[in-house]
Design a protein around this ligand. Sequence first.
Ligand code: CTP
Length: 482
Amino acid sequence: MNYSDNLNANKVFPVLSKTADQLGLECYVVGGWVRDLLLGRPSEDIDVVVVGSGIAMAEAFAKELGSGAYLAVFKNFGTAQVRKGKIDVEFVGARKESYHRESRKPIVENGTLADDQCRRDFSINAMAICLNASRYGELVDPFNGVEDLANGIIRTPLDPDITFSDDPLRMMRAVRFATRLGFTILSDTYEAIRRNVERMDIVSSERTAEELNKIMRTSNPSRGIMLMDGCGLLAKVLPEIDALKGVEKHNERAHKDIFTHTMRVLEGVANRSDDIWLRYAALFHDVGKPKTKQWDDNHGWIFYNHNFVGMKMLTPIFRRLHLPLGEELKLVKKLVELHMRPINLCDEGVTDSAIRRLLFDAGDDIDKLMILCESDITSANREKVERFANNYQLLRIKLKEIEEKDRIRNFQPPVDGLEIMQMFNIPPCAVVGELKNAVKDAILDGIIPNEHDAARNFVIANAAKYNLKPVDVSSDRIHIEK
Ligand code: CTP
């Protein structure tokens, strides 16, 4: 099969072809672009391998593209990148690589196309298509990548122990590609991951997290986590999730396997949302359970406060994995902390005040919380699942009604600290905070409406407890702009 028509569909390739022939360099498009072409999912990122100097080829190609082309040369790596508008092409000279045990940085020598293909991670990523006019569109596939693509197989071109030991990040990549493409990791390759898992120690946590994020973004992240589990990567990268596995019994009464449950919750959430941080919340929602597990003679297995304990575990986990510590972590913490709340609000007799408090605590993330909680029902008992689903539907209706009535979601107390200080002419102090909280509670409990005058009168009435009287507004202590 010749792929010249596919190449010609992208105007970059004829230019690359002409440039390579002018320089007399053998030149190929390689790796992900070829794989994605054969999978029918064309990509914009093009990797070009040149038998000779990748940098010389990049310089000539940038010249050929003319004004507006941007060239970046990475001399130390022998690579270069050319960008212009949507065009993004990376160049590398064909190379042989050998590795030290302590490092992912290879010792590089010039090589042939075949050498270059051997050093790549998987057969499906080692295919190349020639760009020179004489062989334009010819596929070079020494490891039967086409067959592996057709059969849905991830396999390394060389002995997997060598491929993974050379660059252990490839173990995470194997799981990522298998998850994203719905492929199987060949058993030899999978077994080699188990043998080389300790080599993950030389991979930076940023790179590991990048792969984990890519797995979490696929349509089936729970499969990725289970694949990581099956070869020992889970224990290495996410020991806290690995610790969810297993079942303990007391007087023949077992609790459910928290890992299996977590995978089902993650699957449920992933089916309903692309939000990667909501997916992380699903992954971590029960992470506090192993630490809080207890047998109670009256209630059976209990996990008292596991949501708080789990929430507290998240900062160290995110820090270790170099996941973002800002808004993203805040969201995951909030969802893990609150994930037990909605279920307790499904009762007939639940008060508006309890619902207002949930709306206040969840704020704009209430829908994400509901998705997490609805996915958290994984019982084998159909009747129970249906009952919970109905209850959650009723709760959603109540949440909507109360939000429309009381506007709690983005609630800002109608009287703030500054106004309280001015009202009583007092400096910042604990009393200001206490008065502010009292206003918030009064509104959430439905004692006063969510309005400025009502809140102000409430503050004045409460301030009497602290012997505070409002200052006379006409007093000259209040500066009025003229
Ligand atoms: N590669 C490799 N080992 C790695 C990383 C990359 O052998 N640890 C090779 C593979 O041939 C891969 C190519 O470099 O196809 C480009 O890598 P990259 O851009 O990271 O991935 P893609 O395969 O292009 O896939 P995607 O863009 O979907 O991540």
